[in-house]
Design a protein around this ligand. Structure first.
Ligand SMILES: [Zn+2]
Length: 301
């Protein structure tokens, strides 16, 4: 099969140079993947339809972001300037996760070169996350393929609080998050499985926790499809993740997750999540290497 990579085209959304959000990682990583995964298909989604977004999100919140009418408080906790360009970008990014879901169900695996915006709630955006792409994709899944059970495996260094809240109480969804306990977001949500790790957790301790988490999930839930919010902010040189994984630890993390999904024959949707390396080019490299491992594990050429 040809591996499908969905990307959102507004790469150069203007942010001030000192802004902490590394918007350039999207253009950098796409360029690297086009060079290093030349047989893959690179597809630019249209904006997600409005009635797809309102499966999860409050229309009043959506219009406030689109029209740049967030309150100063809401704009500050989102961390990005609300306007029509950001809204368009976020809609395309969210649609990318939905399209990657459909592609994964058909072909085995697919990636959204973005997504994993796990801090977004129905009526508010937090921590650079405008829309909750995974929750929207889970709602689409329910409409299009009722009965299919979805696991959200969130290995980003921060808790997937919005995703936990949006999927809570749905027995056909299992929301699992491994993260640093004393890190953003200060106010945690309860998910189906939460593994709160200490600040500065290193590779061996992290991988042991991941092994235990995967074993526990296997005992509690039998998914039909997996959303993996990978996260590049576990790296020792990340500015915000507060973990201490090396490049080799990333390879080991990815091998464990991919062995787990492959052993069960599960379709996999791979998402970026966060990544804020002190070496800005490094962030794209970490995301790219994980996407390449996903493609290789699923036999994509
Ligand atoms: Zn994160």
């Amino acid at each position: 099969m040809r591996f499908r990579c969905f990307h959102h085209p507004l790469y150069h959304y203007p942010l001030p140079a000192e802004h902490p959000f590394p918007m350039e990682k999207f253009s950098r990583s796409r360029a690297l993947l086009e060079a290093e995964l030349p047989a893959a298909m690179f597809l630019a989604p249209d904006p997600a339809p409005w009635d797809m977004l309102t499966l999860v999100h409050d229309p009043a919140y959506l219009t406030a972001v689109r029209d740049g009418r967030l309150s100063a408080f809401d704009r500050n906790r989102l961390g990005l300037p609300d306007d029509a360009a950001l809204f368009d970008r976020s809609r395309r990014e969210t649609h990318g996760t939905v399209l990657a879901l459909r592609a994964a169900l058909e072909h085995g695996a697919a990636a959204n070169l973005g997504g994993g915006t796990h801090h977004a709630f129905a009526d508010r955006g937090l921590g650079f996350c405008v829309l909750n792409d995974v929750a929207v994709a889970c709602a689409v899944l329910r409409a299009e393929r009722p009965g299919l059970r979805a696991l959200v495996l969130d290995t980003d260094a921060h808790q997937g609080n919005g995703t936990h809240a949006l999927l809570r109480g749905q027995p056909d969804r299992f929301s699992a998050s491994l993260h640093v306990g004393r890190n953003y977001p200060a106010e945690k949500e309860t998910g189906d499985l939460d593994v709160a790790l200490p600040r500065g957790v290193d590779g061996p301790a992290y991988l042991a926790a991941l092994d235990a988490a995967l074993a526990e999930i296997a005992g509690r839930f039998a998914p039909d499809v997996v959303f993996w919010n990978t996260g590049a902010d576990l790296h020792v040189d990340d500015r915000f993740g507060q973990m201490a994984l090396t490049d080799a630890d990333f390879a080991a993390r990815d091998a464990r997750v991919l062995a787990w999904t492959r052993a069960r024959g599960l379709p996999l949707v791979a998402l970026y999540g966060g990544g804020y390396n002190r070496d800005r080019a490094r962030t794209a490299r970490l995301h790219v290497d994980t996407v390449k491992r996903v493609a290789a594990a699923y036999g994509a050429t």
